[in-house]
Design a binder for this molecule. Structure first.
Ligand code: 3HC
Length: 292
């Protein structure tokens, strides 16, 4: 099965994951067209990429020249039509709501040069949305695939590649090769709720929250059990804060609904914290406190 050559990449959405993906694509030598409707978000993304590249240069992982050449490969756009001109793959990284993602893909299908539609790969970065459901209304559902990156993208070596019901083998092979060219390891999985990563990670985090809720131990103790006893780089409660408690709750709901099994019921403490707006690092309050 042949794969297709990727020369340039559009990334739709310049939040934390979008800027991380732009960082690794540009550092690997690909011209990147980064799009967000907010100019402010694009500015923040560029600052983050520069900061993270400089951090890598300080640690002598890359040279100062690579910092400049990587930044020079990233063009910013607020218009979707301009951002997707002549690219081989579009990586969509917008918020985790199926209606929002579907609206973006509909717009892309309308705005893309019709001659390129059949050959362009549509990749969605998602932690829990079904690839088959997202591809349902597309003209070429065989071109859609999930590329689940992990935060912080420049550091984490996994990309979980999710095949929807109609994803073609050619699309998979192309994305598999691209992922390797980004210096990441592609792992092929099928389209089940939570895929593999979040089906395992989120129940563990939820269970850690239950342990806190039921008074089994203090938060620091729960985290230390997992860092010292299981060599996790972060304890599950600190990781939940890092991921975002709203994101964790949303994924537990996807698992609960998708499998119709109460073993995936979100812990009441998680629901309460999200209701109170304590979402972790991004709001300054979660299981721990942070400076925002
Ligand atoms: N860009 C570039 N480099 C970065 C970086 C970034 N954004 N963040 C950290 N680094 C580098 C540092 O420079 C350092 O490099 P070195 O090894 O050359 O010294 C290395 O990463 C470690 O960073 P620090 O020394 O600052 O801090 P830590 O050792 O505490 O590591 C961490 C920080 C990498 C975040 C580590 O705690 C970790 O791996 N935590 C777990 C993260 C995780 O599980 N992520 C997945 C979340 S789940 C997800 O994303 C999926 C979703 O669907 C929920």
């Amino acid at each position: 099965m042949h794969n297709q050559h990727i020369n340039s990449i559009a990334i739709i959405g310049a939040g934390t994951m979008g800027n991380g993906i732009a960082h690794v694509c540009a550092l690997s030598g690909f011209p990147v067209r980064l799009m967000d409707r907010s100019i402010e978000q694009l500015k923040i993304a560029r600052q983050m990429i520069e900061k993270n590249l400089k951090r890598m240069a300080q640690k002598q992982r890359i040279t100062p020249d690579q910092v400049h050449s990587t930044l020079a490969r990233i063009q910013s756009y607020t218009d979707i039509k301009q951002a997707i001109v002549d690219v081989d793959i579009i990586v969509e990284v917008v918020p985790e709501q199926i209606s929002v993602k579907k609206a973006v893909w509909n717009e892309i299908e309308q705005e893309i040069d019709p001659k390129r539609l059949k050959q362009t790969i549509f990749a969605t970065n998602t932690s829990s949305i079904s690839i088959s459901a997202l591809a349902q209304e597309l003209i070429f559902p065989e071109n859609m695939i999930g590329m689940h990156f992990f935060n912080p993208v420049p550091v984490m070596s996994l990309v979980e590649i999710i095949l929807g019901e109609k994803t073609s083998e050619k699309t998979f092979k192309t994305v598999e090769r691209l992922t390797s060219n980004l210096g990441k390891t592609p792992i092929r999985v099928h389209d089940f709720p939570g895929f593999v990563s979040n089906r395992i990670l989120m129940p563990m985090i939820n269970e850690a929250i239950y342990a806190l809720y039921e008074g089994v131990a203090e938060k620091e103790a729960i985290d230390q059990v997992m860092t010292l006893g299981m060599a996790h780089p972060m304890g599950p409660l600190r990781l939940a804060d890092f991921i975002g408690l709203d994101v964790c709750l949303n994924i537990m709901k996807v698992l609960h609904k998708g499998f119709q099994d109460d073993k995936y019921s979100p812990c009441p403490l998680l629901i309460e914290m999200v209701d109170e707006g304590h979402l972790g690092n991004k709001t300054g309050h979660g299981f721990y406190t942070y400076t925002v």
